[in-house]
Design a protein around this ligand. Sequence first.
Ligand code: SF4
Ligand code: SF4
Length: 377
Amino acid sequence: MAEKSLAEITRLCADCGTCQSACPVYGVELSEPNSPRGKVNLIKAVDDGRLKVNRRNRSLLYQCLVCGGCESSCPNGVEFNSLMISYRNLVSGGRKIPWLKKMLLFFYQGHVLRRALWLPRLLARTPLKKKLFLPSFQSIDLKMLVSREREKVYDVLLFPGCVLTYFYPKKIAGIKNVLEKQGLTVAFPPKLQCCGFPYLSQGWSDKFASLARKNREIFTAYKFKYLVVPCSTGVLAFKKYYDLPGREVLELSEFMFKHCPEAKIDPNFVREFQGPFTYHDPCHNLKSLKLQKEARHFLEQFGERFRDDDSGLCCGFGGIFKVGFPATSKKILNKKTAKLNESSVGAVVTSCPGCYMQLKESLPIPVYFFSDIFKNR
Ligand code: SF4
Ligand code: SF4
């Protein structure tokens, strides 16, 4: 959890409003209470007792993707993500999370979803697919990828995260393959849990703590040099909220850039679609981890077929945000879609499983995961 108190963080806010232009929610709702500054002032007022927490202001505080946009643009160093997470855990404590969100969060826990995956797969074939925001599932048996040798020292422990595990497992096989083609040994342990960030960011910190404990036990059971995570939200969770001394945690494109900069792209990749393609920067990559050049180092090798979109526009997914605020999420997505239409691209590549799901389920053009651009998919 954040080391500073709410008052210590909010005190830094000078009410300048610089953060507004960086906020995807404010960008579509255009109201002060929905701006980062409005949210900071709301927390300040509740924290110093001028305002009571009620349904309306609790909802306003949840109408935020915890994307880090405001934090990275704030000249005064207001740690907005920490502020939001601390506040939500303080006022909610896991109890006041709306039932639909809570049900989804409950379901996402590794042990629940592993046993009951047949249910969302079944529902995804019914008209409830849209209502429950279910994607089209991929299906492979991940057991064949599992590393059972615990005495070996692996170069990488691959933590794929819940979206790839449950919805797009073929991508995990692809990522493992890409890493192994670089001559690396890759551990993929069984029974990894969700990193827990969705629970933490929704104010359910005891559930986060139990998932984190289980993941830590698995990490301790394996010997490895790098923890590689193809999801920047997971990287943030591990870096900021896990205690992993001596472990270097790297997002996939960051790892490839640092340790395999010569990895060969697949020239056949661009034969799969017409025209140029672009890259969608996931918010946590761009704004929190400051990863921008890493994926581009590889994408630019496609020459003119790669058309850079440096708008940094959010896709509106935000994990559970999409379930809580579908209308706002849709407006944010529409902005992104308009930008893509304007640049007339024939495909999109991204490196966040959540953005991949959001764009893949919404765009009429092919959407690829970062690992798809390499040889030997
Ligand atoms: S940019 Fe920072 S200091 Fe300015 S209003 Fe936003 S949070 Fe406050
Ligand atoms: S974290 Fe993102 S969505 Fe939330 S207030 Fe800041 S910029 Fe807006």
